[in-house]
Write a protein that binds this ligand. Structure first.
Ligand code: FES
Length: 158
């Protein structure tokens, strides 16, 4: 078992809130992600047996959302939006700056396992472009100076 007792109990507690079991898929994936830090086939199987839905449906939901990494990532998952609004306001340059600053390429994790950098599709914050999401937090109207301050702060907490 990958999911611990607390996560299983939390998933069961969320299940009873919904009239349809399928509605508990995303809350269950969120619980698993918060415990493990990423998702995989074994986790889909465990969730499937808890909420009694085929694992393929759990996997379908999980793979639709970039907010759930499907392999181990660093403590902080940096997701830079590269869709049109963010692209027009410098997302590419922002990604290059992050690559340079972190010493990694897009899709990689820093050797100390603190930061993973990826690009994602629109995060629904187009009016605040360019923006990125780090774990559950949005960072908007980004500049290089803001990125410096954000990474410095996160490094202190790492
Ligand atoms: S285009 Fe970046 S948040 Fe929508």
């Amino acid at each position: 078992m990958i999911l611990n007792e607390t996560s299983v109990a939390e998933i069961k507690e969320k299940m009873v809130r919904y009239p349809r079991r399928k509605s508990a898929i995303l809350p269950a994936l969120t619980v698993a992600y918060h415990q493990v830090g990423h998702l995989n086939d074994d986790i889909y199987d465990e969730i499937a047996s808890i909420i009694d839905i085929p694992a393929v449906e759990i996997a379908e939901a999980a793979t639709f959302y970039t907010m759930f990494p499907k392999h181990p990532v660093g403590k902080y998952l940096i997701q830079v939006c590269h869709n049109i609004s963010c692209a027009l306001l410098g997302a590419d340059s922002l990604v290059h700056y992050l690559e340079e600053k972190l010493g990694i390429k897009k899709g990689e994790t820093t050797p100390d396992n603190v930061f993973t950098l990826i690009t994602v599709e629109c995060l629904g914050s187009c009016a605040s472009a360019p923006m990125m999401q780090i774990n559950d937090q949005y960072y908007e109207f980004l500049t290089r100076e803001k990125v410096d301050a954000i990474l410095d702060e996160l490094r202190k907490q790492a």
